[in-house]
Ligand binder design. Structure first.
Ligand SMILES: Cc1ncc(COP(=O)(O)O)c(C=O)c1O
Length: 478
């Protein structure tokens, strides 16, 4: 690693120093973590694990070190406020719900939001005015939420305190954040973008612009998804003319661990510094790699691999999304065979596969993935199906009570067949993408129930449900 580069990442620098001192035996920790770096207790799993406090810096100096690193990242983006997190975008999303409004206030939220935001509404007591993305007819994928939708919803909810939008979506489609921010600025409300999958955006001219550069008031990003940070590493950026910095601090602190991993924080710092220094080059190579994989897969009759030229609106061309309906192949069976061949994919359902490719992949590995996928899909070829949007993209929510009221309400399990019309008391989501099909406080529809059953029958993992067999569903007691 280039030592000059390391000087721009103070947390990573501190981690490297801590490892040297540990190896030399001159860092004797009488702090947490309790493993004390011994590898003869639970083995190698503790390797490299140092805390922020007492690991990256003496306990009294660690906050200043962390703030210095965050300040550098804020400056790179022109942000007024920046915080690193070891709690993923989940932490960032939930903190942002605690940073706007007071319990009972309304916020505009896209219904395709991740469940972390939904549960942020439970924590904060905010009431959602849901908005839906348009669906692309030919692929069934959700497009970006439109400015007109946000403008209309802000007009019908003049007291709304913020707008929460997911961009990019799990499937790589992006909203026009610049246009959305014009609408929200005109209304004087902050625009918060969940860009968990978009940390690399803006690093190359052929990628969509980063949502913070485009004008979002706050952006939540996972540094462990598109970048090279350790799992759980995340970053939140904000401008503070519409958001109160003190409130942002309190919200972030309230939901954070008091024992943050210095190793994860160092990896966030390193991955953001790498992006700042070499993002253009790495982003360009990544785009080429994914384009070659796309071309290879397009040779398979019936396979659709969308990109920014085929989809209306913005798309993250570094995202490889493989649509199978035209081949008749069952995506879950393809996924299983790929796993047997040693390729673990990020998402698979009957109709769609997402092998996650990042700037850390090598050309050869991505070419091998594309070749194996092409062969496996051929081997599972069947009768072509029509395109059906995933149930998670089309929920028409009828909010009978707030998510928070439903979360705390007395509940009872009812047989699946009797659940339609009742108010849901839990989150039920096919995972991935982790977007709730049933959510607390919403009136359950027969359509949602059928879609979940079908997803389960097709082999999808049904997450968060008290009864993942779907024989019963938890509803608010009548
Ligand atoms: C859109 C979106 N937001 C937030 C999250 C949560 O991110 P993390 O796993 O970093 O907590 C996810 C996770 O997949 C996601 O898809």
């Amino acid at each position: 690693m280039d030592p000059d580069w390391l000087e721009d990442a103070p947390l990573l620098r501190a981690w490297v120093d801590a490892q040297r001192r540990l190896a030399a035996g001159d860092l004797r920790a009488f702090t947490v973590p309790g493993h004390k770096h011994r590898r003869d207790l639970i083995g190698e799993v503790v390797t490299g694990d140092v805390p922020l406090y007492g690991g990256l810096a003496p306990i009294r100096d660690a906050d200043a070190l962390l703030r210095a690193a965050e300040q550098r990242t804020a400056e790179r983006w022109g942000a007024d406020w920046c915080r690193y997190s070891v709690g993923g975008s989940t932490h960032g999303n939930q903190a942002m719900t605690l940073a706007v409004g007071v319990p009972g206030d309304t916020v505009v939220v896209d219904r395709t939001c991740h469940r972390s935001l939904l549960l942020g509404l439970v924590l904060s007591g905010l009431r959602p005015a849901w908005v839906q993305p348009p669906i692309d007819d030919s692929t069934g994928l959700p497009l970006g939420i439109t400015p007109a939708t946000i403008a209309d919803t802000l007009t019908s909810h003049p007291g709304a305190r913020a707008v929460f939008v997911t961009s990019p979506s799990y499937v790589g489609t992006c909203a026009d954040v610049a246009a959305l921010s014009q609408v929200t600025r005109a209304a004087g409300v902050p625009l918060v973008v969940d860009a968990a999958w978009g940390a690399h955006l803006g690093s190359h001219p052929e990628l969509p612009v980063h949502p913070f550069t485009a004008g979002a008031d706050a952006v939540v990003t996972s540094a462990h998804k598109a970048l090279s940070a350790l799992n759980q590493g995340a970053v939140v950026l904000a401008r503070t003319d519409l958001l109160d910095p003190g409130r942002l601090d309190r919200a972030m602190e309230a939901t954070a661990t008091t024992s943050p991993s210095g190793t994860i924080l160092a990896s966030v710092d390193g991955s953001l510094t790498l992006l700042a220094q070499r993002g253009g080059q790495l982003g360009g190579v990544l785009l080429d790699r994914v384009r070659r994989a796309r071309d290879r897969l397009r040779d398979v009759p019936g396979v659709v691999v969308p990109d920014s030229t085929t989809l209306r609106g913005d798309f993250d061309d570094a995202k490889l999304v493989v649509l199978l309906a035209g081949t008749g192949a069952d995506g879950i069976a393809v996924d299983r065979e790929m796993a047997n061949r040693g390729f673990i994919l990020e998402m698979a359902d009957r109709d769609l596969l997402i092998p996650m490719v990042t700037l850390a992949d090598h050309d050869g590995a991505v070419a091998a993935l594309a070749a194996a996928l092409a062969e496996t899909i051929e081997g599972h070829r069947g009768v072509p199906r029509g395109t059906v949007p995933h149930a998670a993209w089309t929920v028409a929510a009828d909010q009978a009570m707030s998510p928070r009221e439903a979360f705390f309400a007395a509940r009872e399990p009812v047989p699946w067949g009797d659940a339609a019309g009742r108010v849901c008391a839990e989150v039920v989501a096919p995972y991935p993408p982790g977007v709730a099909v049933l959510a607390p406080g919403e009136r359950i529809t027969r359509g949602a129930l059928d879609a979940l059953r079908q997803a389960r029958t097709e082999g999808a993992r049904i997450a968060y449900a008290a009864d993942p067999t779907l024989d019963t569903v938890l509803v608010v007691q009548a």
